[in-house]
Design a protein around this ligand. Structure first.
Ligand code: URP
Ligand code: ZN
Ligand code: ZN
Ligand code: ZN
Length: 467
């Protein structure tokens, strides 16, 4: 029999409710959520009590888009599963869904096995996998059915990066037809990579080599066009679609139009698109390289449309697309040629806090914060109600959150294995205080008590937003 834990005195916030309640944890699961003024609350006892007075008690975060140890542009993202999931835990994220990669010319199974080997025994919090399709062919299509059966139920394809991850429209349609039949969810990197590569070549030929040109060639219209095309292909195939890392207001319009037609089309955005902009890409002395990711950061004017879409449910999920590369030695690969800067930004540690700041700033309600960061990602990717909520029977992945604590983000104090912060000096109100993963404390009042290997692989069910 493991220790029982009682979390007492807090405001329990879920996507559905806010209740003054105490939470009882037994055997790694939530045993009860009991309203404070009830007679049952008075008689609750446990081996250990955690005081949550003046704190929120919220579900552990579910980050549905991370890239640990990810190969890109001749290097690997600088967080591996050990350092990346430790940073996730620090930030109140207790489940990540990372992307296993199929290498061109090889089987999905080989890629998935490789990602299991990278993660096995190293994670501080629980993890699951999506599969990146780099080579859609007859063999790949057959393998997709088997993956769905064993809990890898979503497949990312790229309309960008010709010659690397790119799939053409025929390949995309075939894979979508397969997911229409097997229950999988197609995830799309929606940017017209063929057109972008023409603009990259022209920019470089004209001597426009700085990081800010990364943002200029990857045009919002080319994100919107690809988003539109992905939606039409999904309609033809009869498959659901999830568009990753949406950044352009014109792409949001495409999603909103599709959802207005009751199509099963979903979208995520990421904190970097909500808080950062092309101003960052223009930072001097090659500093803009820190902010090179795709889709790119946009002019500030796009942010209002993203916030609105998060409120109106035209976007349903906020994930990080955590894909860090150190400035020294990695981002620097693209000095003199922005197209050689490895694409991606760090973020897994600060998603819960940056979205809480959105509550403080009035962009989101508390419940919507939890919905976007925990509950809907869990439902979208077949992890609910084990993950993403606080209810009897759910895994006891719980965060005690101090909504009044002040913090300043910095590379000096963060726990991600990367030599800069995309939010250096940014002040936030709210901070993760204590984190339980399946009932085990991994962060306790601001000190780390987790361990590599505590995190378990979680096979997933199919998308739970399709009625
Ligand atoms: O720039 C990014 N987003 N890097 C990670 C790979 C991807 O496209 O998600
Ligand atoms: Zn092979
Ligand atoms: Zn992508
Ligand atoms: Zn990504």
């Amino acid at each position: 029999m493991t220790l029982t834990t009682l979390i007492k005195g807090g405001l329990v916030v879920t996507a559905a409710d806010e209740t003054e309640a105490d939470v009882l944890v037994e055997d790694g699961r939530i045993a009860a959520v009991v309203a404070r003024n009830s007679t049952a609350a008075a008689s609750l006892t446990a081996d250990r009590t955690l005081d949550a007075t003046d704190r929120y008690v919220i579900p552990g975060g579910v980050d549905a888009h991370t890239h640990m140890d990810f190969p890109f542009g001749g290097t690997f993202s600088s967080d591996d599963f050990e350092t990346g999931t430790r940073a996730a835990a620090w930030g109140g994220t207790t489940t990540i869904v990372d992307f296993a990669v199929q290498t061109k010319g090889h089987a999905l199974r080989e890629g998935l096995d490789r990602w299991h080997a990278k993660a096995d025994g190293r994670c501080a919090v629980d993890y699951a996998f999506h599969m990146i399709l780099s080579d859609v062919n007859e063999g790949t299509l057959k393998e997709m059915d088997a993956l769905v059966e064993e809990g890898v139920t979503s497949f990312k394809m790229f309309m960008a990066y010709p010659g690397v991850f790119y799939s053409d429209d025929g390949q995309i349609l075939r894979a979508m037809q397969r997911t229409a039949a097997n229950g999988g969810l197609t995830m799309m990197h929606a940017e017209n990579g063929i057109a972008i590569d023409v603009l990259v070549e022209q920019a470089l030929a004209a001597g426009r080599t700085d990081p800010r040109h990364h943002g200029e060639v990857r045009k919002a219209l080319l994100e919107a066009e690809a988003t539109h095309r992905a939606i039409q292909l999904a309609r033809v195939a009869g498959s659901p679609l999830y568009v990753v890392h949406v950044s352009a207001s014109e792409a949001v319009e495409q999603l909103a139009a599709a959802r207005g037609m009751d199509l099963p089309v979903f979208g995520e955005t990421c904190p970097q698109y909500l808080y950062l902009s092309t101003d960052n890409l223009a930072e001097p002395d090659f500093g803009g390289a820190k902010y090179v990711c795709s889709t790119p950061l946009r002019p500030r004017e796009h942010q209002a449309a993203l916030w609105r879409a998060l409120r109106t449910d035209d976007l349903q999920v906020v994930s990080t697309d955590h894909c860090p590369f150190c400035f020294t030695g990695q981002k620097e690969l693209g000095r003199g040629d922005f197209s050689k800067i490895p694409n991606g930004m760090p973020g897994v540690e600060h998603r819960m806090d940056l979205l809480h700041q959105a509550v403080v700033d009035g962009h989101l309600t508390r419940r919507r914060w939890i919905d976007l960061a925990c509950t809907t990602p869990a439902r979208m990717f077949g992890l609910h109600p084990k993950k993403g909520t606080l209810a009897p029977g759910a895994d006891a992945d719980i965060v005690i959150y101090d909504p009044r604590a002040e913090q300043t983000l910095s590379a000096e104090t963060h726990h991600m294995n990367v030599d800069y912060s995309a939010y250096e000096g940014k002040r936030l109100t709210g901070r993760v205080e204590t984190v339980l993963s399946r009932g085990e404390p991994v962060v306790e009042r601001g000190s780390y008590s987790g361990r590599a290997g505590h995190g378990r692989y979680v096979p997933r069910g199919i998308c739970q937003l399709l009625n």
